[in-house]
Design a binder for this molecule. Structure first.
Ligand SMILES: O=C(CO)COP(=O)(O)O
Length: 264
């Protein structure tokens, strides 16, 4: 069986300007250094606003940090008359590793379609970025018990024309919309049910090896107090953390989920 390295990714959303980004990242790095964090055991990434990325790159390079960073979105195009868009090529130039694609807030507030999300998955892969593809259902869909079907349809649409080799590098984040920023967390069993279903669909669409390689994260009100029980589930490979990632000490505790009993 493939060993998947857990990934803890902090999505800062539209918070922290570039000065605050530097302070927050510095504090996160110090806290993890004090805890003697082994980045080979649990990978760490921050996903700041675009305007912070250059400052984040400068700090990561200067202090040789092992923390990866990502963008919250990207264009499906490489260049041209697309005012306000950010090319995947600009992101690779800035040392960016990950790109969120299809976050529920992009789907909701920017009417991003499955087709556009598929184009963005392909444009990130083409540029050498690792897409963190976000999928998940809203409350009505969950109440109607259609959450698995709904989420797998989003997954399938996003992966159209993506090869098995590419999917193996991909990160998929299951984020039930009703659990985002609400304090309402899906149970560890809910997270496991969907992660297993996602992996199962990847196996059907591709093969077992690809399904074992792809990392599936859970996102939605993850905190240091609930992360360990979610991470105990076999198909959950990490967390996409919103609010709690803005506090570097709290985020460091999330990263250190396996050492809660013995403290940081
Ligand atoms: O949307 C999320 C991460 O992308 C989750 O946000 P919260 O952790 O604030 O619920």
């Amino acid at each position: 069986m493939t060993q998947r390295t857990p990934l803890m990714a902090g999505n800062w959303k539209m918070n922290l300007d570039h000065h605050q980004a530097t302070h927050t990242l510095q504090k996160l790095a110090w806290t993890l250094k004090d805890a003697k964090h082994d980045y080979a055991t649990v990978e760490v990434a921050v996903i700041p606003p675009f305007t912070d990325l250059r400052s984040v790159q400068t700090l990561v390079d200067a202090d040789k940090l092992q923390i990866a960073y990502g963008a919250q979105d990207l264009s499906a195009h490489e260049s041209g008359a697309y005012t306000g868009e950010i090319s995947p090529l600009f992101l690779t130039k800035l040392g960016v590793t990950y790109a969120l694609v299809g976050h529920s807030e992009r789907r909701e507030y920017h009417a991003e379609s499955d087709q556009l999300i598929n184009a963005k998955v392909k444009s990130s892969l083409k540029a050498g970025l690792v897409p963190i593809l976000c999928v998940g259902e809203d409350l009505d869909t969950r109440r109607a018990a259609a959450h698995v079907q709904h989420t797998l349809l989003q997954l399938e649409a996003a992966l159209a024309d993506v090869t098995a080799e590419q999917v193996r590098t991909l990160v998929i984040a299951y984020e039930p919309v009703w659990a985002i920023g609400t304090g309402e967390t899906a149970t560890p069993e809910d997270a496991q049910e969907m992660s297993e279903a996602i992996r199962g669909r990847v196996a059907e669409l591709y093969d077992a090896e690809t399904a074992q390689a792809v990392r599936v994260l859970y996102g939605g009100s993850v905190k240091s107090s609930n992360v360990a029980s979610i991470m105990a589930k076999p198909d959950v490979d990490g967390a996409l953390v919103g609010g709690a990632s803005l506090d570097p000490e709290e985020f460091a505790k999330i990263v250190r989920f396996h050492s809660h009993e013995v403290g940081l």
